[in-house]
Design a protein around this ligand. Structure first.
Ligand code: AMP
Length: 139
């Protein structure tokens, strides 16, 4: 994987406003926040998208996320927030190192806006797809 701005932040070559760090995870403030307290959580493992992340790094991120969310809530004063994780250019990914956004939704309306257009559900196709996914996961 090529070097990204986030691997440079992990290496200490570029500064960040650090919120949390352990041996596998780093969290810091987003430099172009969409609301006050917008925070990024990244694994130190270099993977571009979450499907490429190891079980170990995923577990470390999963453990850190709720703790960081509580800190974001406490300090930013938000009661509500979104966790966003983009994979691929059409899915709005700009930095190709896995990252989770914690985005406070404040009373002034700032935060993540979502265009969520639900579609009809076909139970036949859905059952087939769920079976195929379960087989793909294996175990
Ligand atoms: P995404 O569209 O999910 O790839 O989001 C990448 C995020 O990284 C954006 O919200 C940027 O504002 C943020 N970002 C880019 N460079 C930096 C940086 N040097 N420090 C903090 N956040 C950054």
């Amino acid at each position: 994987m090529s070097d990204t701005i986030f691997s440079k932040i992990i290496a200490g070559e570029i500064p960040c406003h650090k919120v949390y760090e352990d041996d596998q995870v780093l969290a810091f403030l987003d430099i172009h926040p969409i609301s006050e307290g917008h925070t990024l959580i990244i694994p130190k493992e270099a993977a571009a998208t979450i499907d490429a992340l190891s079980d170990e790094a995923s577990a470390a991120i999963g453990k850190a996320l709720p703790r960081i969310a509580r800190a974001v809530m406490q300090v930013s004063g938000c009661e509500h927030y979104n966790i966003l994780q983009n994979n691929g250019v059409p899915a709005h990914q700009a930095v190709f190192h896995v990252h989770f956004h914690i985005i406070p939704k404040h009373a002034d309306g700032s935060g993540l806006g979502i265009g969520w257009k639900s579609r009809d559900f076909d139970h036949g196709k859905g059952a087939e797809m769920a079976r195929a996914m379960a087989a793909a996961i294996g175990g």
